[in-house]
Ligand binder design. Structure first.
Ligand SMILES: C[S@@+](CC[C@H](N)C(=O)[O-])C[C@H]1O[C@@H](n2cnc3c(N)ncnc32)[C@H](O)[C@@H]1O
Length: 380
């Protein structure tokens, strides 16, 4: 089977964690940018990556690279590709793009030209044009065009992999699932010690930790991917990959996962989301103030994602919350490693503890930090 370049996109700042995942899965890293990593493999490998990756957003399989100075050249080159091999004439196709070419003012024009070339070609070969539009739940083709150089990819994910499918109730300021997975990876937590998540909101961190601790493939939760709509989709291979992933997952954890929030509605949502993810029975939920969250003996990590207040009026209130988290860490979490994920470093200073590590992330365009605090047992 033919290998091609596979580009895996990710949110800004997450590439180092995606790189780790790829290397662990045995894929080479050909190049890395702030928002993606290039590897190589077959289309079957792309299916495996969709199933197993926790921190990637989209798995793009390179179909062709060519030069195109303008949209007419683009149309001409795209119409030479044998699209009838990939897309059914009664199917549906969506074209997405990233365009920086001097002849194109509006990237949507490049999408339309690219889409026209695809559907015209299929009409010529098969007698009918497939439908097309903005929905990314079927075949998705991605165009990357810089100056004269074009790369056309099959977007084998379709909808981004961050949409795992378990978060039916998002609540306030939820973390993207892939970001939560990267934050957990950054902490080094591996399921061998307790994971305590006060202020859990919709439960994303606790759910992602449980999935990672079990080694349960996040892709098992989704039943629709772009590759499933391509001609020649190997359903039996996909079923085998799923069965293998299920076999490699643990059934239970030898640690406690505790998730709490002050709002009853948040805990109800988190519980439902965990049930959809199939891990509700492994997480201990409670409605309480973060400072009342129980910290079992034995050590582990305590991870909080407090609000970081875009509205000025809230800042004073939040300063007290951050100060309180520092006290909670000092008084109740000895023997653990504490983590705060926040987008407001001034608020973080109110914690009053020296962070051992500060890891940069981005959340909805806001620069954030994961701050790590060593909470020693003794009086150090
Ligand atoms: C930024 S949200 C957390 C989002 C979460 N990471 C997610 O992915 O859904 C902060 C959460 O802290 C909770 N919270 C605020 N003050 C609290 C307190 N004093 N004790 C416990 N939880 C609190 C809020 O109810 C909210 O759900």
């Amino acid at each position: 089977m033919q290998k091609s370049r596979i580009l895996i996109t990710c949110a800004k700042g997450i590439a180092p964690f995606l790189r780790e995942e790829l290397l662990l899965l045995g894929f080479p890293v050909l190049s890395e940018t702030i928002a993606g990593i290039a590897t190589e493999g077959t289309i079957d490998d792309a299916l495996r990556l969709n199933l197993l990756l926790r921190t990637g957003h989209r798995v793009l399989f390179l179909l062709k690279e060519f030069a195109a100075p303008d949209v007419d050249a683009l149309y001409h080159a795209v119409s030479k590709i044998a699209w009838e091999k990939y897309i059914a004439e009664d199917g549906y196709v969506c074209v997405t793009s990233s365009v920086d070419n001097p002849s194109v003012r509006d990237p949507r024009y490049a999408n339309v030209k690219c889409k026209d070339a695809i559907v015209d070609r299929i009409k010529e070969k098969c007698g009918r044009r497939p439908d097309s539009g903005p929905d990314q739940d079927r075949v998705v083709i991605n165009l990357y065009w810089r100056d004269d150089s074009c790369s056309l990819y099959l977007d084998t994910s379709g909808e981004p992999l961050s949409r795992r499918g378990y978060r039916k109730i998002p609540m306030t300021a939820p973390m993207q699932e892939t970001l939560a997975a990267a934050v957990i990876r950054a902490s080094g937590w591996n399921g061998s010690s307790h994971f305590i998540n006060p202020m859990c909101g919709s439960g994303t961190l606790a759910i992602e930790a449980t999935l990672a601790g079990l080694n349960r493939a996040p892709g098992l939760l989704r039943d629709n991917y772009g590759f499933m709509h391509l001609k020649g989709f190997k359903e039996s291979l996909w079923n085998d990959l799923r069965a293998q992933a299920k076999k490699e997952a643990k059934k239970t954890l030898h640690c406690r996962i505790i998730a709490t929030d002050i709002r009853r509605g948040a805990i109800e949502a988190a519980r439902k989301n965990a049930a959809t993810a199939g891990v509700e029975h492994l997480i201990e939920f409670a409605v309480c103030d973060y400072s009342e969250t129980i910290i079992p003996g034995g050590g582990g990590i305590v991870m909080l994602n407090p609000e970081y207040g875009e509205r000025m009026g809230r800042i004073k209130e939040l300063e007290n919350v951050y100060k309180g988290i520092g006290d909670y860490f000092k008084q109740k979490c000895r023997g653990y490693t504490g983590y705060i994920f926040t987008g407001n470093l001034d608020l973080a200073k109110k914690v009053g503890l020296r962070a051992k590590r500060r890891i940069q992330f981005f959340n909805s365009g806001i620069e954030c930090r994961l701050l790590e605090y060593e909470l020693y047992e003794g009086s150090r």
